[in-house]
Design a protein around this ligand. Structure first.
Ligand code: C2E
Ligand code: CA
Ligand code: CA
Ligand code: CA
Length: 275
C-alpha cells in the first residue's frame, strides 16, 4: 500500500507539473497574443423586448490560439487577472470596441465588460475618456458592465469611479444580477442605469417557479428604482414571452444571436465608414 501511495504521489506530481507548465505556456502565449493581434472581439445582439429592434451589442473577448483553437474567456480572463495582463487586455478591449462601434453606420450601443481588477484602477475614467476622444465614440453609446464583486472589494473607490464615469455620460450596467451579495443596498447607493438578470434565472423561468418569482422580483425592483432591466441568456420563445409579459425592457441570448465577429452583422451596422 505504501508503494502504491508513493506511486500515486508521483502521478499527482506529474499532473501538477503539467498544469504549471501549461499555465506558463498559456501566460506566455497570451502576452504574445496581446502584442500580435491574437485576440478578437465577438458581438452579441441586445434587442428591445417589445419590438425585437436591435439596440446594441455586448462585446465579448475571444482568443484565437495558434495551436489550441478558440479559447473562451472563462479560461483566459482569470489567467489575465492573476498575471496582471488584465490591464493591457482591458485597454485593448475598450479601445477595439469603441473604435469599431464608432464606425457602425447606426448609433447602436456597445457594452464592454470590466473585470473586478480592471475596475479597481483609479485612472480608469481618464483611460476611458482618452479612448472615447481618440475613437470619436459618443459616451452615450458606451455601456460598462461590472459585477457586484467589482464593488465589493472597495466600495468607496468603486463609488467614486462610477460617479466619474457617469459624469462623462457613460452607461453603467450591473452584470450577473442575483448571483452575488449586497444587491439591494448596492443598487440603491450606486449610480447604475441598468440591471442584467443572470442567465441562470432566465433559463429556468418556464420550468422553475422560484426562478420565475426571482425574475419578476428583479423586474419590479428595476421599475421601482427607475433602472432598465436586460435579461441575459434568452434561448426560447417561451422565455421571451414570459419576459415581455413581465415588461422586461431588453433581451439578449442565443434566441436573437450568438456572439459573432462584427462582420456577421453588416446588415445591422452597415458598411465601414465612407463605403
Ligand atoms: P458575461 O458578461 O455574463 O457574458 C455573457 C456570457 O453568456 C457570454 O459567454 C455569452 O456568450 C453567454 N451567452 C449569451 N447568451 C447565451 C445564451 O442564450 N445561452 C447560453 N448558454 N450562454 C449565453 P462568454 O462570451 O463565454 O463570456 C463569459 C464571461 O467572460 C463573460 O460573462 C464575462 O464575464 C467574461 N468576459 C468576456 N469578455 C470579456 C472582456 O472583454 N473583458 C472581461 N473583463 N471579461 C470578459
Ligand atoms: Ca457581461
Ligand atoms: Ca452576465
Ligand atoms: Ca457571467
Amino acid at each position: 500500500a505504501k508503494a502504491e501511495g508513493r506511486n500515486c504521489y508521483r502521478i499527482f506530481d506529474a499532473a501538477m507539473d503539467e498544469a504549471v507548465t501549461r499555465r506558463r505556456e498559456l501566460e506566455r502565449d497570451l502576452k504574445t497574443a496581446l502584442a500580435d493581434g491574437g485576440l478578437e472581439l465577438f458581438y452579441q445582439p441586445q434587442v428591445r423586448a417589445n419590438s425585437c429592434e436591435l439596440v446594441g451589442f455586448e462585446a465579448l473577448a475571444r482568443w484565437r490560439h495558434p495551436t489550441r483553437g478558440l479559447i473562451p474567456p472563462s479560461e483566459f480572463i482569470p489567467l489575465a487577472e492573476e498575471t496582471g495582463l488584465i490591464s493591457v487586455l482591458g485597454k485593448w478591449v475598450l479601445r477595439t470596441a469603441c473604435s469599431e462601434a464608432a464606425r457602425w453606420s447606426r448609433p447602436l450601443k456597445v457594452a464592454v465588460n470590466l473585470s473586478p481588477r480592471e475596475f479597481q484602477q483609479s485612472d480608469l475614467p481618464d483611460l476611458i475618456l482618452g479612448i472615447l476622444s481618440e475613437t470619436g465614440l459618443s459616451p452615450a453609446r458606451l455601456e460598462i458592465e461590472i459585477t457586484e464583486t467589482a464593488i465589493f472589494a472597495d466600495r468607496g473607490r468603486a463609488l467614486s469611479i462610477l460617479r466619474r464615469l457617469k459624469a462623462l455620460g457613460i452607461n453603467i450596467a450591473m452584470d450577473d444580477f442575483g448571483t452575488g451579495y449586497a444587491s439591494l443596498a448596492t443598487l440603491q447607493a450606486f449610480p447604475f442605469d441598468k440591471i442584467k438578470i443572470d442567465r441562470s434565472f432566465v433559463g429556468q423561468v418556464e420550468i422553475c417557479p422560484q426562478a420565475a418569482v426571482i425574475v419578476r422580483t428583479v423586474l419590479g425592483l428595476g421599475r421601482s428604482l427607475g433602472l432598465s432591466v436586460v435579461a441575459e441568456g434568452v434561448e426560447t420563445a417561451g422565455q421571451m414571452r414570459f419576459l415581455i409579459a413581465e415588461e422586461c425592457q431588453e433581451l439578449q441570448g442565443y434566441l436573437f444571436g450568438k456572439p459573432q465577429p462584427i462582420a456577421s452583422f453588416t446588415e445591422a451596422t452597415g458598411g465601414r465608414e465612407g463605403s
